[in-house]
Ligand binder design. Structure first.
Ligand SMILES: Nc1ncnc2c1ncn2[C@@H]1O[C@H](COP(=O)(O)OP(=O)(O)OP(=O)(O)O)[C@@H](O)[C@H]1O
Ligand SMILES: C[C@@](O)(CCO)CC(=O)[O-]
Ligand SMILES: [Mg+2]
Length: 397
């Protein structure tokens, strides 16, 4: 089925509460965004894996023997339950970085890792040569789960190509999704991909990319919220680059340095996530402005906690000040340290007020846009179902 080529996509995400704390076993609430990463998979010249990643300026191809040689450094029974070792990660990055001279060796390391585990493994059998193109609507490295959407797309594509999951798109259908069991396998391999990029991910980002919607996540336990909350969110990108891996490592260092100070902060963030979930569940039944003061206060408290654990940034402080001057409440989303913030818009926030806030945010050099939440998770597409812009990007790249 895949030999005719396939196109799939996975959504980005916004974390309402729980970023960083979720790495240490606390609760996070996350929602899928209507910004997606797309992957096109096609057969290509014998004996090669051709990779085009325009989002990170990478165009590379590998001969399959070099990937088979890389595979020899991994146990024959390597599977999705085991994290790659430090030595294996170093080998992958060296292979990706040296072989490609790439601007984003982690992207290539993740792709090489998943290809070699899924396409060259005895468990799933060999996969013919392939041409992989990934194109995204998401800003990269901005806190909206771009690495997870990328990893979910790679896992779904390679598992489809090696026959470990079905290709559920039927003739005449515009989109299709996999079974729960198949999504669980896709998610577990996407988590492996996040491990190559992030180092020590919690798994919340790839879970949202796989299942979509809105979910509660804690230590691998994924609980979809009863309903997607009817929240209006303004996303703002400070355009300050940062690395999730570095920020997550910084929080771990702070915990080791000041355990009695930082651990209670993580416990408080856990309580904020749970309080927010309770409010959202009441709200979903009857959304009304009366619930917003609590949601806004939780945003403010969490943002202060995130500053305390060291993942704030002056650009994010400025974002919060600007939106506060318009009576709106914001917090960073994702790893912080720059990247994106989210602002809660009340049901009765006028379009004029939103435009005024956007104007002031843009004057800071930020980019902002209103987004809807609760998008579907990883999805197979027929070419006819793709927006013209996406089709153009996937055919012209
Ligand atoms: N479309 C893409 N194509 C190839 N690689 C990508 C793509 N999007 C993301 N990546 C990889 O993910 C890295 C960014 O991951 P990182 O986790 O730091 O940011 P993020 O996922 O956008 O934010 P957060 O993890 O806070 O949600 C990039 O440097 C690149 O290696
Ligand atoms: C910062 C973090 O909590 C969320 C990044 O989007 C990292 C993770 O959970 O893997
Ligand atoms: Mg990421």
């Amino acid at each position: 089925m895949w030999e005719r080529g396939l196109v799939l996509s996975a959504p980005g995400k916004a974390i309402l509460h729980g970023e960083h704390a979720v790495v240490h076993g606390k609760v996070a609430l996350a929602v899928a965004l209507d910004l997606r990463t797309f992957l096109r998979l096609r057969p290509c010249a014998e004996g090669r894996v051709c990779v085009r990643l325009p989002g990170v300026g990478v165009l590379r191809s590998w001969d399959i023997p070099s990937l088979q040689a890389l595979r020899s450094g991994f146990a024959a029974d390597f599977d999705e339950s085991k994290p790659p070792s430090v030595e294996q990660l170093d080998t992958l990055r060296e292979f990706a970085g040296i072989a490609a001279g790439a601007t984003a060796p982690e992207s290539l390391a993740t792709l090489a890792f998943l290809y070699m585990c899924l396409a060259i493994s005895a468990k799933y059998g060999d996969v013919p040569s392939m041409d992989i193109l990934v194109w995204s609507e998401l800003p990269t490295g901005a806190g909206l789960g771009s690495s997870a959407a990328y990893s979910v797309c790679l896992a779904a594509a390679l598992l489809s190509a090696c026959g470990a999951v079905s290709c559920p798109l039927k003739e005449g259908e515009s989109t299709a999704r996999w079974t729960e069991e198949e999504l669980t396998l896709i998610n577990s391999w996407a988590f492996q991909g996040e491990r190559v990029i992030h180092g020590n991910p919690s798994g919340v980002d790839n879970a949202v990319g796989t299942w979509g919607g809105a979910l509660r996540y804690q230590s691998g336990k994924i609980t979809p919220l009863k309903r997607v909350p009817a929240l209006r969110i303004l996303l703002t990108n400070t355009n300050v680059p940062r690395s999730t891996k570095v920020l997550v490592a910084g929080v771990k260092e702070k915990i080791l340095k000041f355990p009695a100070i930082i651990k209670p902060v993580l416990d408080s963030i856990d309580a904020i996530s749970q309080e927010c979930q309770s409010v959202l569940e009441v709200m979903s039944a009857n959304p009304s402005p009366e619930h917003y003061p609590v949601l806004e206060e939780l945003f403010d408290i969490n943002q202060h906690h995130l500053n305390v654990i060291g993942v704030g940034h002056p650009s994010l402080d400025r974002l919060c000040r600007v939106t506060a001057s318009h009576g709106l409440h914001s917090k960073l989303t994702g790893a912080g340290g720059g990247g994106c913030g989210i602002t809660l818009l009340r049901p009765d926030t006028s379009a004029l007020a939103v435009e005024a806030a956007k104007r002031d945010l843009c004057a800071c050099g930020f980019e902002c846009w209103e987004t809807s939440i609760g998008a579907p998770g990883v999805t197979l597409h027929s070419s006819s179902s793709l927006k013209a812009e996406v089709l153009h990007a996937l055919t012209e790249s």
